[in-house]
Design a protein around this ligand. Structure first.
Ligand SMILES: [Zn+2]
Length: 335
């Protein structure tokens, strides 16, 4: 054994000495030489911190008659030893070494106290310059690794990559929140959403999607939601009754004589199927407020059970759609 052309059985680094020999007697000779040297130079080797490793595929016998001495103190035989931070095993297996490297790597990674907002480039640089060297220390001596050892190393790397990926999740969440904020701001200030905000009165507009119980009712709700965002248009003259309006849907559903039959049928249902307080309150509403009520406004003081409320909304939405369909047919036949 040696380094390049220098042969040596006793590689030494500072005060760490290792002695290599082919037989128990030879190792005892080296230990005796070392002990004599320490006595001459008035220093002491700690036999308690020293160990003998026997590199062999079979485990050493516990009742092994061979004992080594450093002066008068015995040196124990052990299975593994940490020499210069590298675990050596008597069977020359690397499992313990790899487990140790992974533990050190994990400790080094968490010692960095990586916060969620740290840039992935920075995390990557810290990983390669701080964490990897602590894992790979002494890797020059790794050879013929077992499948499990390789898997452990992969698991560690995968864990760190996944942990560092938290940053991406944080960014995604921040971007989503920003979009939601922008949308809310736009909905609060943009004229297109004035009607929508009035109808929902600060409540989430998605409550409407709780009303439909089948595909047809979903279509009706979609139609009503479109009406919520109808932009204000210049005044027009009704081709049925000749009166002026700015919102064609409000006109045909609340005042236009052309849809009076539909409106009467709707009134009859409201009077017959619902509490009298509802029709009493509706009688006093102006066309604008009645239109808001038809669109699902919750500004009315009338309270109803959920089932009643659901069926009332669907009744109103259906009436709106029928009135719009009637007007569309009328326009088509008069043009
Ligand atoms: Zn009209």
């Amino acid at each position: 054994m040696g380094i390049y052309s220098i042969t040596s059985s006793n590689p030494t680094l500072a005060d760490d000495i290792s002695c290599i020999a082919l037989s128990p007697a030879a190792i005892q000779n080296i230990l005796t030489t070392a002990f004599k040297y320490s006595s001459n130079w008035r220093f002491k080797f700690n036999a308690g911190k020293s160990s003998v490793l026997r590199f062999t595929p079979s485990p050493p016998h516990k009742d092994s008659p061979v004992t080594w001495f450093l002066g008068t103190e015995p040196v124990c035989l052990s299975n593994s030893y940490n020499h210069l931070g590298i675990h050596l095993h008597s069977k020359l297996v690397h499992t313990e070494k790899i487990a140790n490297a992974c533990r050190k790597g994990r400790q080094a990674y968490f010692a960095l106290k990586i916060r969620e907002h740290l840039n992935p480039d920075t995390i990557s640089r810290l990983y390669t310059r701080v964490v990897l060297p602590s894992i790979m220390y002494g890797c020059e001596l790794w050879y013929d690794l077992r499948k499990k050892d390789l898997q452990d190393l992969n698991t560690l790397q995968h864990f760190i990559c996944k942990h560092a990926d938290l940053w991406n999740k944080t960014v995604k969440a921040a971007v989503t929140n920003l979009h939601i904020d922008c949308r809310l701001q736009r909905m609060l200030s943009h004229p297109d959403f004035i009607l929508c905000n009035t109808i929902n009165a600060g409540r989430p507009p998605f409550a409407i999607w709780k009303f439909p119980s089948n595909i047809h009712e979903i279509e009706i709700c979609k139609f009503v939601v479109k009406l919520w965002g109808l932009p204000t248009l210049p005044p027009e003259v009704c081709t049925v009754c000749g009166s002026c309006f700015t919102n064609v849907f409000q006109h045909i559903s609340t005042v236009c004589p052309g849809t009076v039959a539909l409106r009467d049928a709707w009134w009859n249902t409201v009077i017959e199927d619902y509490d009298i307080t509802l029709s009493a309150e509706l009688c006093g509403l102006c066309p604008q407020d009645l239109y808001l009520f038809l669109l699902g406004s919750r500004l009315l003081s009338v309270t109803a059970s959920y089932h009643n409320e659901r069926s009332r909304h669907i009744l109103n939405f259906r009436f709106l759609r029928d009135a719009a369909a009637w007007f569309y047919r009328h326009l088509k036949f008069t043009q």
